[in-house]
Write a protein of this length. Sequence first.
Length: 567
Amino acid sequence: MTVTPDLVLLDGEVLTADARFRVARALAITGGTISAVGGTEEIRALAGPRTQVVDLRGRTALPGVNDSHLHGCAFGSTRPPLALDLGFPAVRSIADIREAVREAASRTPEGEWIRGNGWDTGYLAECADGARTPDRADLDAAAPAHPVYLQDFSGHLTWVNSRALELAGVDASTPVPEGGVVHTDGAGNPTGLLAEGAQELIQRHLPAFTRADVERAIRAAVAVLHREGITSFTEPGLGPGGASLFAGASGQLTLDVYGDLARAGDLAARVSVLLLLTGMGGSAAEIAEGLANATVPRDVDPRILRVLGVKVFADGTPPNRTAWMHQEYEGGGGFGCLCVHGAADALRTRELTEMVRLAHVAGHQLGVHVTGDRALDAVVDAFEAAQVEHPRDDPRHYVIHADLPGAQSLRKLAAHGFGANMNPAIQWTIADLVEELLGPERAAYQYPVRSAVEAGIPVTASSDAPVTYPNWRQGVAAMLLRESRASGRTFGPGERVGLPDAVRAYTSNAAWQDFAEDWKGSLEPGKAADVTVLDGTLTALDPHDLPDTPVAMTVFDGRVVHSTEGV
């Protein structure tokens, strides 16, 4: 007996993202699976009286977008109602932030914490050209009776007021954790900015997220992702090592709640997880202990929630400093966003190599956070050493961020079937700053998608939300254009790629990273019915218009979970 489809999409541009990147006109969905792809009349003929029929009217349908490095719970917890939205363009100045804090203080009981997230000195009017930096005094007038905790867009810098410093007992004499920075004024007093490990001095005094908070954050994040056409994402680091990251939103509780939601059928996304067994930096001993004691969700559908591997930070503590530290660089100084000499220290490199080896031998995929050139080379060498010493069939380790990989590292990644996860929207955001700090050559090469593709690496693209907003259209446009948000200038036109490679980075390649290319990531019969419909024709759009083109419809597991037309 022929089963009629539950849903058909007709008369559109269907980008299959299959091996040949074929373009069809229509598709059919039956029971949560793509059942047919072809021409409009061919698919129309399959519809029955109960089939839901959607006329795409020339709009583009593509595989459900997979943001392959997105801190889902952290994204949800750093937005209203759990935190103030302080990202661009919601705020454009310190004055805007001060007003947002003042308004929050007016409706928050005295003494309770006010949280916010997303501020960026690059887009605060008062901070233009390095004129000044945020200060606790900016927040004191707005909320003198409330401790205020504002995380920057990267998660590596915190801005607080005097009340928060007082509650945390932070003053000129406070010992600073290794790898952390407490910014001070001329008299040695804290200014209210704390970087890297020093953020823990404040974070340990924040009220812990409750299970209800975490669930609310995850649900809020998934709702936003549906509106953005995202049906799969990777949580890149959950577990005991995440207790101090994103104010606790990356801890073990979050992984447990994901498991609860998945078992209850309430997780309307496909989530891959990397375990975070240590904090930034870490040691081989901590990795060994974490591997022995890791707690992962049981009895869950692996197509909804699956722990795939382990995340390691290759930078994070001296001597290999973190990616977003405020430090001096070759070619410039000031607020920095890259680490050039991350893992150059021989002792740290040996420790990193052993951390990678332990996780590799235990059978895990490794995603290693690293920025810069020498640090990245050390990570790739560690991958290679582990695979050569302990051969495994297709471990698919990958470099997280992969911003400045050398040609030799690209060749090694390709030779061993390893991946590179890049952040094109970050390149769009900070290209001018990279040029100022590291020079034009590195700015032109940062996130070299084309070089990686030509080397034979399955490049994946991601937002790193909440670092950038999870707008995959912005990421695609960045890969097509290589332009800067601030100046509009082009950086590295030779690293541009065409639309097929850009789309694959968010679909089929991302499915490869998830070990799931046999059942998702392309619009082919038998694959999961996850579909994103753009409110426009992608191949005909000017890439400059793509970021602001909305998603018209999102289908997850055969169900319409977002529609601008009430479908």
